[in-house]
Design a protein around this ligand. Structure first.
Ligand code: CUA
Length: 369
């Protein structure tokens, strides 16, 4: 008769049970954390599962189809796996290896055809939506988007846009499609060495890569005025990739027209006080070599953001720093004094400004309403 292994502390079964408990000790809290993350609330600014506007909703419907097909496949496969693992596990009474097999044409054909059918099933709505979203909409707001390191330039093209150029904050009218034509050009338009960025405002549309040497299009629409949709660059593009953020402000059509009118107006260049001294420094310290200000003689370069109505923007430096009445001055000052600390890898140089120069430049920039 075969001697049975004692069921004691040193047995294989005991060791297995202890290891199992050890795995459970971290697997349970980890699993709970992942589950609870789903309860984080329904007011998340970049929640792509709460789509708004027709583009995001159509993409969400497609995502749901793929998701539930994947859930069905997952449940089926895992159930079969668990059943097989339990039913055919090694038992102490087993005296020989199970029957060894190699190849099964029927099974292989079946498990090739089923996934192919599933992919074909998913492909139909996917391809249809790709073409639908790629079609040019009627009467869109046309915006040229340039991804730079590390900020977004928005240029309202067409007659209605009046050549308005802004940075990081895209103002759009509601209930009208917005068609972006996106490029990556390096710092100046003449500089061909751009890097790949990805434009992503999760609640309004899926990601669209912005690739040097190509013009990519993206169409979306917002439906609720007064909402700010936050977004960010979604393709690693260098040191400050995480600081390349943006916002889409959805407004009533009349407010949009007023916005364009206001942005198209040249800046009032201050002529007295600290702000006027700052305006002089803008040329003396070479800011003018990179930044355009409509209304400021000679300031036309488009390496850095257009500053014509800089003070009217909510945030600056890749939509990262508050530009409001409370913190704006302090933030601009920190930015001018040490751009590389605020935004590593940025093309904004450290100009070695004195405290006085910095204060004057801040004053000047704050007048650009
Ligand atoms: Cu631009 Cu990441």
């Amino acid at each position: 008769m075969k001697a049975r292994r004692p069921r004691g502390a040193g047995s294989v079964g005991h060791q297995r049970r202890t290891a199992g408990r050890r795995v459970l000790r971290w697997a349970v809290p980890l699993g709970l954390a992942v589950l609870l993350a789903g309860c984080a609330g329904d007011n998340l600014p970049q929640d792509f599962l709460a789509p708004e506007g027709p583009t995001a909703r159509a993409q969400d419907r497609l995502w749901n189809i793929v998701f539930w097909v994947a859930v069905a496949v997952f449940v089926l496969v895992q159930t079969m796996l668990v059943v097989v693992l339990i039913r055919f596990r090694a038992r102490p009474t087993d005296t020989q290896l199970p029957k060894q097999t190699h190849g099964n044409v029927k099974l292989e054909v079946v498990w090739t055809i089923i996934p192919a059918l599933i992919l074909a099933f998913i492909a139909v709505p996917t391809v249809r939506l790709i073409f639908e979203l790629a079609a040019a909409p009627e009467n869109p707001v046309e915006v040229r988007v340039v991804g730079k390191q590390y900020w977004w330039e928005f240029e309202y093209t067409g007659e209605e846009g009046q050549g308005v150029v802004t940075a990081n904050e895209l103002v759009i009218p509601i209930n009208r499609p917005v068609r972006l034509s996106m490029e990556s050009t390096g710092q100046a338009d003449s500089d061909p060495l751009g890097v790949i960025h990805s434009f992503w405002v999760p609640k309004l549309a899926g990601k669209q890569d912005v690739v040097p040497g190509h013009t990519r299009h993206l169409t979306f629409m917002a439906e609720e005025a007064g909402v700010t949709y936050s977004g960010q660059c979604a393709e690693f593009c260098g040191l400050s990739h995480a600081n390349m953020r943006m916002a889409v402000h959805a407004v009533e059509p009349a407010e949009f027209e007023a916005f364009i009118e206001e942005q198209a107006t040249p800046a009032d260049i201050p002529t007295s006080g600290s702000a006027a001294r700052g305006a002089e420094l803008f040329t003396e310290r070479q800011c003018i070599g990179c930044h355009a200000i409509n209304g400021y003689e000679g300031a036309a370069a488009r390496v850095g953001p257009d500053l014509t109505h800089f003070a009217g923007r909510e945030k600056f430096a890749g939509y990262m720093l508050d530009n409001d009445i409370n913190e704006g001055a302090e933030n601009i000052s920190a930015w001018l004094k040490d751009p590389q600390v605020v935004k590593p890898g940025s093309q904004m140089p450290d100009l070695g400004l004195t405290d006085e120069d910095t204060a004057d430049l801040v004053e000047f920039l704050r007048t650009l309403q």
